[in-house]
Design a protein. Sequence first.
Length: 167
Amino acid sequence: MKELRLRNLSSIEAGNEYLPEFREDFNRRFAVPARSTHDAHRPLRKTENLDLILTRQKTGLLSKNLTVQSNKIIYQIQSNRPNYALRNAQVTICENAKGELTILYKNKPLAYTTYKKLSHQAEAVDTKNINRVLATPKSPAPDHPWRSYGKHLNNRPMQEITSDGAD
């Protein structure tokens, strides 16, 4: 961005025209030759699955009723084994970029169902943002009962008050 500003280039087209010149100058000044020309890549084994390798992974512990929690959702394992066999087993929960989940036990996928989605809870606010969060006014929803407070009083006819104070 600084180079573009110094050369008074402000459009995408002008930036794209300048790019080859910038790349050549940048590589001339900062490129470092590799220490070795050896290619360290290896072929993928038949047992390796890139769809599982390229996921966000975390470990979890199965409960007594074969449930595990991830992202505020509780999943229950469906198994033909006796229930006690998988109790307290450590599983790997893999979530891909699409949000699809795979639960692995000893690198083998387990069948599961969604048991329960937990309700939304208040999120913790770090100390750096607490003042900003507290300063932001929160108003109730348009259909909140607070908004209709007192409306029922306006629809009633006024009662006459007698001179003795009785209604």
